[in-house]
Unconditional design. Structure first.
Length: 559
């Protein structure tokens, strides 16, 4: 790596930083990624990639077939279990999100379990396919100075010790929960910084015999003698065991390979299981959101901006949404097609989403305590063992345990939260009330209301089926007009020739009646959609002056 000048410097090459690079490359923005790790993630970490993240990657031109192939099949990853010990009695189970074909009516890319150490290499391949610059691994961001024109960062090669300077017009801090960039800026975070600590024991094993007829992705071991959580990254090959750890009482170094293997085996019914410890690490569950997402030309994205409990798998996915929101705005400002003030909308739009996701993740984590409580959890191990045995022997107590497990259903069914977030400040409000589902976390109600993600539907072009989302380009606004909405097309071309126009029934077929039945539009109405697939403006029907309406909407949005 040499001294350089680029439009954007990305600090961090996790899934969020790599996705930012893919998006910027597709938008024609030159960038550089620096990452202190020597290469991509090697051990399992995040494993839930939700539908919205896949939609974003699909829009960015990422080949989705390798991603599908690397993901855990729904048959293996479709449930979570509460068990006495792993391979023992099942106390209860719940479906893990919606992964079946039925959800294809709402999204073209259903949620899958895809471990981060398998996901990152696929994103690197996508960077290459986009003709983008590969990350500079083993390079540490040391600090920076910024002025009105840009940011000058100091970068050190961890292999040679050589220092480099990178000047960039903007800097994206995708450098994780401990974000050196955020600390340099002095931006505080708010929320609990230590909810619980764990030892993560990563091991190789074929556990197919133990799961038998109960394949799944998560297994809560409820026996108080060996309580913990098994995470199946690949039932036949790769697992993680989460063991609660108190850093005030024990040193992390005390968890060597021998001790960790003994902990895993103690939680198994079949203790002769062949396994090999691969990596051991510790981590602390927190729930924090940064006070600000921007300082001058520096933007916080991903875990540098927000840290959630893993109960919901929202961290990685929220970070990908962050860069999806920001990338097109950076490109528009760089191209002088939007005023710099457009960048101010990043924090206004994304921070409320992070706060909502943080609150829900924390609620999930607290609610999980209902199950051990129903089983008689006690700080005294002997008392806990007696309570556990008594609960298993008592039909009424068992019913209470089943009820506590059933109460966790929202934790594992959050399509409404994952897909239903809106940008109220980044759209031309038409006064319509938003959908009001009984449970907005679980229930996703597609809507064409401004601020919402464009509802997915299956259209046809030249005999090929495609999603409505596939028609939205990363680099420009898209106008959808109804079969009788030609006046909107003409108006868009007068207002901004770069707007992409799609007329239902003319440019694309609508065999399922998506325009009227899902989007709720009249044949002479129109939708203007932002590059991040969120609706900027809606006219359900024709208006007297569509040119003025579109011009006013674009001016209000800042695009």
């Amino acid at each position: 790596m040499d001294d350089a000048e680029v439009s954007v410097l990305i600090v961090g090459a996790g899934p969020v930083g790599l996705t930012a690079g893919i998006l910027l490359a597709r938008l024609g923005i030159d960038y550089r990624i620096v990452e202190r790790r020597p290469g991509p993630q090697r051990a399992p970490a995040a494993h839930v990639v939700n539908a919205r993240t896949f939609e974003i990657l699909r829009q960015a031109g990422v080949d989705m077939e390798p991603i599908r192939a690397a993901s855990v099949a729904p048959a293996d990853g479709g449930f979570v279990y509460w068990v006495t010990r792993f391979g023992g009695e099942v106390l209860g189970r719940l479906p893990f999100e919606r992964q079946g074909d039925d959800v294809l009516a709402l999204t073209p890319t259903p949620l899958r379990n895809l471990s981060q150490h398998r996901f990152e290499p696929l994103l690197l391949e996508a960077l290459g396919a986009a003709g983008a610059t590969a990350p500079c691994y083993a390079h540490r961001w040391e600090g920076a100075e910024q002025d009105e024109s840009g940011v000058t960062s100091r970068i050190t090669s961890l292999e040679t010790g050589r220092a480099h300077a990178v000047w960039s017009r903007y800097l994206l801090a995708a450098d994780g929960a401990g974000s050196p960039v955020r600390k340099w800026l002095g931006i505080p975070v708010h929320g609990p910084d230590r909810l619980q600590s764990f030892v993560m024991i990563h091991f190789s094993a074929d556990m197919r015999r133990a799961v038998h007829e109960c394949p799944g992705v998560l297994y809560w071991v409820c026996d108080p003698d060996c309580g913990g959580i098994f995470v199946a990254h690949d039932i036949d090959r790769e697992w993680v065991y989460m063991h609660a750890w108190d850093p005030d009482r024990e040193a992390a170094s005390s968890y060597d390979a021998a001790r960790c293997e003994a902990l895993v085996r103690r939680a198994l019914v079949h203790q002769d299981q062949a396994l090999a410890i691969r990596t051991i690490s510790t981590w602390t569950m927190t729930c924090q959101v940064a006070e600000h997402y921007r300082a001058g030309r520096v933007f916080l994205v991903g875990d540098s901006a927000h840290r959630f409990p893993p109960t919901g798998g929202l961290g990685l996915n929220t970070g990908v949404q962050d860069v999806h929101n920001l990338a097109w705005k950076l490109a528009a400002v760089e191209a002088a097609s939007a005023a710099p003030a457009l960048l101010d909308t990043y924090e206004r739009e994304r921070q409320p989403v992070a706060r909502y996701n943080a609150d829900q993740s924390l609620r999930n984590a607290v609610r999980m305590l209902e199950v051990p409580s129903a089983l008689g959890f006690n700080e005294d191990p002997a008392v806990a063992r007696n309570h556990f045995a008594a609960a298993l022997a008592d039909p009424e107590a068992r019913r209470a345990v089943s009820a506590a497990i059933a109460d966790q259903a929202e934790h594992f069914d959050m399509l409404g939260l994952q897909m239903g977030y809106t940008y109220e400040t980044g759209s031309a409000d038409d006064g319509a009330d938003p959908p009001a589902p009984a449970n907005p976390v679980r229930e996703f109600v597609p809507t064409s209301r401004p601020g919402a993600r464009l509802p997915h539907g299956w259209l046809e072009r030249d005999g090929r089926r495609l999603s409505t989302l596939d028609l939205v380009g990363l680099d420009r606004f898209t106008l959808f007009a109804g079969p009788d909405g030609r006046a909107w097309i003409d108006a868009a071309r007068r207002v901004a020739p770069a707007i992409r126009c799609e007329q239902l029934g003319v440019d694309v077929g609508d065999p399922d009646g998506w325009w009227s039945s899902v989007a709720g539009m009249a044949d002479d109405g129109a939708l203007l959609v932002r590059p991040d697939q969120h609706i900027a403006f809606r006219a359900r029907r024709a208006v007297a002056d569509p040119t003025a309406a579109l011009r006013g909407a674009i001016a209000q949005i800042g695009g």
